[in-house]
Design a binder for this molecule. Structure first.
Ligand code: DHK
Length: 218
């Protein structure tokens, strides 16, 4: 057995890199499942993840939810449906697993927390799907944060905002978004994730062929 040691975000990791199969990854003595692959790829130890030969390719996506979406399922179900945010997260996690994406799923009623997650995504993520909820119509600060993010951004609204009050027709975020989904109910989230996965796969394939990876989102 050949053991290699490295540290990621302060976590000590030991890799057994015997044979040609996936590395056995131990963190503080525990054996991890395949969700540890992204860590392995960031450490540049062991064989590449199956989807891309490029060890630096990011497959982390953020799904960010704005104010009042914690009440999904209870709040105005005639408009927002009966599914809870936990149901939406579970559906997103199913798609993420299918499409080999790493997923961070967040909700906040505080604008600054949403901005901080977008800043975090700048350093780590390949794409963002965001339902800014009421901040859609008010927040220049969220637009500025998204403008500082390089990857694809998809804006989601559960309801068809264009069919509702006039103040919901304007979105600050739309001027940055690569796509907008409105009125598809909570299914809009998984549609946005599928599109992100497609763009990430496409970019990885171009990179594998030696092309440019700077055109994510085009
Ligand atoms: C959710 C909200 O909370 C509203 O403020 C937006 C959006 C619409 C949605 O449809 O998901 O206007």
């Amino acid at each position: 057995m050949t053991m290699c040691h490295t540290e990621v975000n302060g976590i000590k990791i030991a890799f057994d890199i015997r044979g040609s199969g996936p590395p056995l990854i131990l963190i503080m003595g525990y054996r991890l499942n395949s969700r540890a692959w992204p860590l392995a790829s960031r450490c540049s130890i062991g064989p590449s993840p199956p989807v891309s030969q490029d060890l630096s390719m990011k497959r982390l996506v953020y799904v960010i939810n704005g104010p009042n979406l914690n009440l999904l399922g209870k709040r105005q179900p005639a408009i927002y449906g009966h599914e809870t945010l936990a149901d939406v997260e579970a559906a997103c996690r199913r798609v993420a697993t299918e499409r080999k994406l790493e997923l961070k799923f967040h909700q906040s009623n505080r604008e600054y927390e949403i901005i901080d997650w977008i800043h975090e995504a700048r350093e780590t993520a390949a794409g963002i799907a965001i339902n800014p909820a009421a901040f859609t119509h008010t927040s220049v600060a969220i637009l500025d944060a998204l403008n500082a993010f390089d990857g694809p951004v998809f804006e989601i609204h559960i309801s068809n905002v264009h069919k509702r009050e006039a103040f919901r027709h304007h979105s600050y975020v739309s001027s940055r978004a690569d796509g907008v989904i409105a009125g598809f109910g909570t299914q809009g989230y998984t549609l946005a994730l599928q599109r992100l996965a497609h763009l990430i796969d496409e970019t990885a394939a171009k990179k594998d062929k030696g092309g440019s990876a700077t055109d994510l989102g085009s």
